[in-house]
Design a protein around this ligand. Structure first.
Ligand code: GTP
Ligand code: MG
Length: 213
């Protein structure tokens, strides 16, 4: 498989490009490669995390101004799989009308994608999740996907405080048993190897055997 690697070597990014940008009314692409989606509040660090994973400075546009990514962006990696950057939710300064379109847009994607393997839900490690985050967690779960939490901006708190913050986030989201949590910093790249190892395990999962009749 093209994304397989020698277990001793880190993931090698041979190529990564923005392939499809979907607006509110765009038809979603009928991709035939696995998709890995990143959801979360505006400004939580979705685009920065994608860049950090791909070793790119600015493939995904980032901004200190929340509300940067307002479309669903499909990045094709190594001609083998996609990272899907979802629009951030919960940004107050975006008009109410626009905000109301994002929910259905994300929902349409969650319902429509045939290739979605996992939805990463990004939460700022410093902050208790909000109502939007809880709704997103439940949405993902109720659509039959396993939400995986990534606590971002880990460089902003001391290592010693991490466990306490992770506990608050887990409890506040009412995480179901077994919900995986990662910590990540796009600034220091802390957590990058662990996240790649997990992503690769998803990509190399054997296809389910057809049931015998
Ligand atoms: P939207 O596109 O608006 O939904 O935002 P986003 O979730 O894509 O966030 P983005 O990656 O644009 O990052 C928002 C801000 O947070 C930027 O100023 C980043 O530099 C900063 N940031 C992102 N990740 C980290 C991190 O790990 N550590 C620190 N210190 N800052 C970060
Ligand atoms: Mg973004």
């Amino acid at each position: 498989m093209p994304w397989c690697r020698d277990k001793e070597e880190p993931m090698i990014i041979k190529n990564a490009q923005l392939e499809t940008v979907c607006g509110i009314t765009s038809r979603l692409p009928a991709n035939d490669c696995p998709e890995i989606a990143f959801a979360g509040k505006s400004n939580v660090g979705k685009s920065s995390l994608i860049n950090a994973l791909l070793n790119r400075k600015s493939l995904a546009r980032t901004s200190a101004q929340p509300g940067k990514t307002q479309t669903i962006n499909f990045y094709k990696i190594n001609d083998a799989f996609y990272f899907v950057d979802l629009p951030g939710y919960g940004y107050a300064k975006v008009s109410q009308a626009e905000r109301e379109k994002w929910g259905p847009m994300i929902e349409r994607y969650l319902l429509g994608s045939k290739q979605l393997k996992v939805v990463f839900l990004l939460i700022d490690i410093r902050h208790e999740p909000g109502a939007n985050d809880r709704q997103m967690y439940e949405w993902v779960l109720s659509r039959g996907y396993e939400p995986v939490i990534i606590c971002t901006k880990a460089d902003k708190i001391s290592r010693g405080a991490r466990q306490k913050h992770l506990k608050v986030i887990r409890e506040s989201l009412s995480c179901v048993k077994g919900t995986k949590m990662f910590t990540f910093s796009a600034q220091t790249k802390d957590g990058r190897d662990e996240l790649w190892a997990y992503i690769e395990s998803l990509l190399t999962e054997p296809e389910a055997e057809p049931e015998e009749v």
